[in-house]
Ligand binder design. Structure first.
Ligand code: GLN
Length: 495
């Protein structure tokens, strides 16, 4: 049996070129493994074995014929079920889209197809990406591979769990308020939320369009950089995508003077209420980076405390207008109703789950005449203040470091009865979406204990957390290279 553990994009590509295995063999091995393992985890909503094996064979044939293989050729990926792949289901984990098959490819998928990547299947998520635990899926629960009694995070919980449980080499997720970074942190993998506009949203099922971004979930920061490089870029099909010149490729961290970067520690992100494991884990990452000579500075983001409130006005407002299109007539929900209003009542009532209905109602309320100025217009002003907080600190520091979530993965069912406590899981991730910045969640790891790298005082060499803990790096708009660079640097010196 081939080993799928530890198989990264880089390692797979090298193995393929060295003829250690074929793309077909690895893809087949993934399906054999998933068949068994996913009974326990529940990461996938649908698997597409025939299509995947046929794509993998094409890669093997191309290689045998002497073609140069792109870095992603034959790489088995998992795709969140709100990203369209032509001809395959795209349910967004909602009954509303249960029978829907995508009519076209999302731009990110066309880009991945052109590099000959292989799609294993579509992954579970919170319905329409609303949630932080994947428990809002209309179809199944996904378990955290590190502890089956705990949630994998959400909303991209299926993608994060699939990568963490070695059921895909890497995955795509979407992040509106933390949905890539929070599950990555809970599952001990890397999650990158790109700058707003860096990656086309065409073909991603919209939740809140001014906040949504597609991004990679991977085992290493290096892999996140490889995937980001492929999926980014201006797209005529998404007017909000940006024409930013990143250069040919993101700079290699080896070539950049990472140590010249200053890292800011926002005092508002290190407050009471942070679980001890998170506090310890993040301190451990800070100490590792300090011991490598990176400079740190305390900073302040004074409007942080208003971010959650502003998000829970702006996001539902956009949700209520985006989800108005699910009228029960389009997207193949069949109903036998006589009148239009009966169609609406039946479909919206039965097709949407509780959390989705709650947000549509909240959104309709904050946009209604008489309340618009008091809620929506005010929240937009707060959003601006949050953005300005970041603009100000980026005059002093290059990158910001903080926790991803206040706690490690929580127990299944622990927060389902209390939406507010669920919403609080995103307190450190939401400001980034409101400001449109790039951010990455990286698992805390330990530095190998060698005499050469003596620990500074207070440095605990091995906290051995029982559950994964992530730390977050936030960058200036379109400066993914800074956070990916520091991340790769960190990754090289830790185990
Ligand atoms: N958990 C947040 C929410 O429920 C963020 C979701 C997301 O990023 N898609 O809205």
């Amino acid at each position: 049996m081939l080993t799928l553990h530890g198989l990264t994009i880089k390692r797979f590509h090298d193995g393929l070129l060295n003829k250690e295995f074929s793309a077909f063999e690895i893809t087949k091995e993934f399906f054999d493994y998933i068949q068994d393992k996913d009974k326990e985890i529940g990461a996938y909503l649908s698997l597409h074995k025939d299509e995947a094996l046929s794509e993998a064979s094409k890669v093997d044939v191309a290689f045998a014929e002497g073609e140069n293989l792109p870095a992603l050729a034959g790489v088995p990926l998992a795709i969140k079920d709100n990203i369209l792949i032509e001809g395959l289901p795209a349910t967004a984990a909602s009954k509303m889209l249960k029978n829907y098959k995508a009519a076209y490819d999302a731009t990110v998928i066309s880009k991945l197809k052109s590099t000959q990547a292989v799609f294993l299947g579509k992954t579970n998520m919170d319905e329409f990406a609303m949630g932080s635990s994947t428990e809002n899926s209309a179809f199944q629960k996904t378990k955290n591979p590190h502890d089956l009694e705990r949630v994998p995070g959400g909303s991209s919980g299926g993608s994060a769990a699939a990568v963490a449980a070695h059921m895909a080499i890497a995955a795509l997720g979407t992040d509106t308020g933390g949905s890539i970074r929070e599950p990555a942190s809970f599952c001990g993998v890397v999650g990158l939320k790109p700058t707003y506009g860096a990656v086309s949203r065409y073909g991603a099922i919209a939740m809140a369009s001014s906040l949504d971004q597609i991004g990679p979930i991977t085992k290493t920061v290096e892999d996140a950089a490889i995937l980001f490089d492929i999926i980014r870029g201006k797209d005529d099909f998404d007017a909000t995508s940006a024409d930013h010149d990143y250069g040919e490729k993101l700079p290699d961290p080896e070539l950049r003077d990472i140590k010249k970067l200053t890292i800011g520690l926002p005092k508002e992100y290190f407050i009471g209420g942070l679980a001890k494991e998170v506090q310890d884990g993040v301190s451990h990452a800070i100490n590792s980076l300090k011991s490598l000579g990176l400079n740190f500075k305390e900073i302040s983001l004074p409007h942080t405390k208003y971010a959650l409130s502003a998000y829970y006005i702006i996001m539902p407002a956009e949700v209520s207008s985006n989800l108005a299109r699910y009228d029960g007539i389009r997207y193949s929900r069949n109903v036998n109703s006589k009148t239009l209003s009966e169609i609406y009542f039946k479909n919206k009532g039965q097709g949407f789950g509780e959390e989705v209905r709650r947000r549509i109602m909240l959104g309709a309320y904050v946009l209604s005449s008489g309340y618009y100025d008091a809620y929506y217009a005010k929240a937009q002003k707060v959003r601006r203040l949050i953005k300005e907080d970041f603009d100000n600190v980026f005059n002093e520091v290059d990158v910001i470091l903080g926790p991803v979530t206040p706690t490690p993965a929580f127990k299944i069912g622990e927060k389902t009865k209390d939406p507010l406590s669920m919403y609080l899981s995103d307190i450190f991730t939401i400001p980034v979406n409101l400001a449109g910045l790039p951010a990455i969640s990286i698992p805390v790891r330990t530095i190998p204990h060698t005499p050469k790298r003596a620990s500074p005082s207070g440095f605990s060499p091995d906290p051995k957390p029982s559950l994964p803990i992530g730390f977050q790096l936030i960058g200036r708009p379109f400066h993914e290279a800074d956070i990916l660079g520091i991340g790769q640097y960190y990754e090289r010196i830790t185990t």
